[in-house]
Ligand binder design. Structure first.
Ligand SMILES: [Zn+2]
Length: 385
């Protein structure tokens, strides 16, 4: 029988550990999932939330949630009001104020379920003073609260946090295995799976979503970007400015569907939810929209980086290492004999663009600057820093 834990791709040990804890009722109130980016920690956190809140409970022969009921569905779509996700609000990590709000929230009763699940991403960015505001809650949480903290490595998490949690280690999933997992779950060919993983910054779960988006919308987005890049060397300044504006627009366009489904869901629940709960859901919806926008913008820069990296492979005389094989021919025309140092410069500027976006610099400005840089590289006049 399938259950929610099956979605934790590439982490068989984690799957068995969490399943066993739920079945034998050895669930603790504070977990710390540690593992590199792309190791499926977030998916695992939502699967555990399903297992803990599913009204059918761990009754199946393998335990875990049913994964199919209304509540499991809401949790999987990240729309259940009692499963809360938090990421650092400050540029350098969690703010003390933010942690105080989370702590205050834990003392409120659940809205729909019997328990509340708090997922705190990047607790390696929880500094000493923010952590202090959090320790008591972590040590003696309310009975109906389960905390799932996510961090990159054990060493990067403060010892005071580490010692209060059940640590669950996630393994690094090698690239070839990751592509296999994505293929298996989407039916995509190995090449396409690798391209999707690259576009999603290494995340397997995101790559599966990328390949299975409605109407192949993400794949069309990728083709459009690669098409524009292949024409960039002949573009004049105004073409580049327009291209940047189009890309940013295209990153925001699929959000209309997300917004419509949020509004429908809210209307459906409006009758039986208290005003304060509705306000909470509205705030969460807003966060979800801005998280989606930045995810799509990150995919934009990731696709540019991946394309430039391929250009580097061509310039280095190893075209067999190209990942975006569907545009291999054009890559060869553009990059054969190109200066590897210049390409490397453009790649690091794409990374800088990514960082700037995280700090809320205007996306048009970042993408615009990036495209001008790439054009310089293509036309052989790029800086070699
Ligand atoms: Zn269920």
């Amino acid at each position: 029988m399938a259950d929610a834990f099956d979605n934790i791709l590439g982490q068989p040990k984690v799957r068995e550990f969490l399943r066993a804890s739920v079945v034998s009722e050895r669930v603790t109130q504070a977990y710390l999932f540690v593992g590199p980016a792309g190791s499926n920690k977030t998916t695992a956190a939502y699967a555990l939330a399903q297992a803990l809140l599913c009204p059918k409970g761990p009754t199946g022969p393998r335990g875990g949630s049913c994964g199919a009921c209304d509540r499991c569905g809401r949790i999987a779509r990240r729309k259940h009001p009692d499963v809360r996700y938090f990421a650092p609000a400050g540029a350098n990590g969690y703010l003390v104020e933010q942690v105080r709000e989370i702590v205050a929230d834990t003392s409120l009763a659940p809205i729909q379920a019997e328990k509340k699940i708090y997922i705190l991403d990047r607790v390696d960015l929880l500094g000493a003073s923010a952590a202090n505001a959090f320790l008591k809650t972590l040590e003696e949480p309310e009975d109906d609260v389960v905390m799932i903290l996510l961090g990159r490595t054990r060493e990067s998490v403060l010892p005071t946090i580490l010692s209060r949690c059940q640590v669950v280690p996630f393994r690094h999933i090698p690239a070839s295995e990751a592509a296999g997992i994505v293929s298996q779950n989407t039916g995509a060919a190995a090449d396409q799976a690798r391209q999707a993983i690259e576009a999603c910054g290494g995340s397997i779960t995101a790559a599966v979503a990328f390949l299975t988006a409605p109407a192949n919308e993400r794949l069309a987005f990728r083709s459009r970007l690669l098409g524009d890049l292949s024409r960039l060397s002949a573009a004049d300044d105004w073409d580049v400015v327009e291209m940047a504006r189009d890309w940013v627009e295209a990153s925001k366009a699929p959000l209309d569907a997300v917004r419509a489904s949020q509004e429908a869901e809210l209307a459906e629940n409006a009758d039986f939810l208290a005003k304060s709960a509705i306000r909470q859901i509205e705030a969460r919806n807003k966060r979800q929209l801005s998280a989606k926008t930045s995810e799509y913008l990150r995919q934009t820069t990731a696709i540019v980086r991946s394309w430039l990296r391929d250009g580097m492979m061509v310039a280095a005389g190893t075209p067999e290492l190209v990942i975006n094989t569907d545009v291999a021919e054009r890559l060869t025309e553009l990059f054969a004999g190109a200066d590897a140092g210049r390409i490397a410069g453009a790649i690091s500027r794409a990374e800088a663009c990514d960082k700037a976006l995280a700090y809320n610099v205007s996306p048009e400005t970042c993408v615009d600057a990036l495209l001008f840089d790439v054009r310089e590289v293509l036309n052989g006049s790029g800086r070699t820093d």
